[in-house]
Design a protein around this ligand. Structure first.
Ligand code: N01
Length: 493
């Protein structure tokens, strides 16, 4: 039974029921750190893995690593899981944890304001107000769709939807479809819908690097071993973790290490595409790793199919029934899919979280970009914890690892507060500035800054405020202890 009537007060209010929110709820319950409530705008758990149901949606991080360390999934069917399997895993974890009676679904946070007098967060939701000692955001870095600002798009008379809001009521069979964007979502959508549609125009602004996807169904023997022998599961997980951790972060700062991946990307094109013009169009012109490296065995062969056109002329406008490119060519369509990504560095939720003095996160970030202390806390925002906060994203490994590191840090903060009678903790400006100066210094040398591309990793001023530039175990080490000495600590009055 989930929450139907919101409590007026709670110790900890968690926002979002994806990996972060579920993990936080389980660990809060285990630690017995006061009562808590998880609010979620959707009607069930899963977060991004519930929202993204587009055809072909799957994870590009190996299954064994893409799960909580404390809740291994003995039943993954393949080495890279598809969306339904990940959503089912998360649902199962939440159900088995016994915490679902603290979850309120179809409850969206409208705004949150820190009240200095009571040392509490006052939170307005679509289903009533809640006052909480701490506000723990698990609302995700890739959850608010970014819609393209294209002239006339609002006048389109056919069906139009974003990749993360797939409209399953629209049957694409025999339709003329346009997909805008060639990121991780698009390269999964395109091969999945290509066989069914009459014609597909794929609008590419920048060619991605696409390397082969080493996905396969586990054999029967493997499935048995993974299910019944925890040591085998651990060995698979460890192998995947270190395989990525030793190779991938290294090429972020040394392009020579990317040579084998670049070769694999070129071979991937050569294998599927014979037309030299199309080959040239899909060949990236910037350094590998500058944008997220994508994985697929079917994307290029879908592009080579007779019913697909890869359009690289810039889009000039959308009319009632067509897309018109800058060269004046008009391509009629029935359905428009915008696979144009997410609002990453200017997240809408930031406008609605107001800290000390009534300043919102977006006001603070407007000056120096999205920033935080250790990706989790922010000066001026006492008792606010952001899971998947600034500079915690990864291009190479599992976000679940990062989330678990953050959850442990939050629990450390809550323990410190309880043991010492603190009402509030807030990172001091100085350590926060030092943390961010160090990050930005490291960013200068990376392929994300030097690689000659634009990406969702960078904000409007070219600052990378989304990715973690070091090894993931370093992040875990740096967050392994709650460093109260770097915080202002307000005693309970
Ligand atoms: O979004 P994106 P995504 N006109 O921002 C183009 C995760 N994810 O949803 O490159 C024309 O990567 C834009 O062009 P350009 C993963 O972290 C994971 O695909 O900016 N085009 C780009 O091609 C991923 O990185 C998985 O020039 C426009 C595309 O739209 C992140 O989510 C699966 C445009 C956007 O690509 C985001 O991926 C899916 C415009 N106005 C997602 N605006 C897996 O685990 C944007 N574009 C597999």
């Amino acid at each position: 039974m989930t929450v139907t009537t919101l409590p007026q007060t709670v110790d900890h209010l968690v926002v979002g029921a994806g990996f972060a929110g579920i993990g936080m709820a389980i660990k809060l319950a285990e630690a017995g750190e006061g009562d808590f409530l998880v609010i979620e705008k959707d009607s069930g758990v899963g977060g991004t893995w519930r929202a993204n149901t587009y055809p072909g949606a799957a994870c590009d991080v190996p299954s064994q690593l893409y799960s909580f360390s404390f809740a291994p999934n003995p039943s993954w069917s393949r080495s890279f899981s598809a969306q339904p399997e990940i959503e089912a895993y998360l649902r199962g974890v939440a159900e088995r944890s016994g915490t679902l009676d603290r979850f309120a679904f179809e409850t969206e946070m409208l705004d949150a304001a820190w009240d200095e007098a009571s040392q509490r967060w006052h939170v307005r939701t679509t289903r009533g107000d809640v006052v909480a000692r701490t506000l723990i955001s698990g609302s995700g870095g890739l959850s608010a769709p970014k819609l393209p600002d294209i002239e006339g798009i609002e006048t389109f008379q056919g069906e139009v939807f974003h990749s993360a809001r797939w409209n399953h009521d629209v049957d694409l069979t025999g339709k003329r479809v346009a997909v805008i964007g060639t990121g991780a979502s698009s390269i999964q959508i395109v091969p999945s819908i290509q066989p069914a549609v009459a014609h597909l125009d794929l609008y590419q602004r920048t060619a991605p690097y696409v390397i082969p996807r080493s996905d396969r169904r586990y054999t029967r023997i493997e499935r048995l071993l993974l299910k019944h022998v925890p040591a085998v599961r651990r060995a698979y997980r460890t192998a995947v973790y270190w395989g990525r951790e030793t190779y991938v972060p290294a090429f972020v700062v040394d392009p020579r290490i990317a040579a084998p991946a670049k070769k694999a990307a070129r071979a991937n094109i050569a294998k599927a595409i014979t037309d030299p013009e199309l080959r040239a169009k899909v060949t990236p012109t910037y350094a590998l790793g500058c944008k997220r490296v994508l994985i697929s065995n079917t994307y290029y062969s879908a592009l080579a199919a007779d019913n697909v056109d890869l359009v690289t002329d810039p889009i000039a406008k959308v009319t009632g029934d067509a897309i018109v490119t800058a060269d004046g060519v008009e391509r009629p369509i029935d359905v428009l899919v915008v696979a144009t990504g997410f609002q990453t560095t200017e997240q809408p939720i930031a406008e609605h979280i107001r800290g000390r003095g009534g300043r919102s996160l977006s006001q603070v970030w407007a000056e120096r970009g999205m920033l935080s202390y250790k990706g989790t806390t922010t000066h001026g925002f006492p008792n606010l914890f952001q899971l998947v906060g600034a500079n915690t994203g990864l291009g190479h490994s599992s976000m679940v690892f990062m989330i678990e590191s953050q959850i442990a840090y939050v629990l450390g903060a809550l323990r410190t507060m309880k043991d010492n009678g603190y009402a509030a903790v807030e990172p001091r400006q100085e350590p926060q500035d030092a943390w961010n100066a160090d990050l930005q210094q490291r960013m200068k040398r990376t392929v994300w800054s030097q690689g000659g591309c634009s990406s969702w990793y960078l904000d409007a001023h070219g600052r990378n405020t989304t990715l973690w530039p070091r090894a993931t175990f370093t992040f875990r080490k740096l967050l392994s202890r709650f460093d109260a000495e770097n915080y202002d600590l307000t005693p309970v009055r």
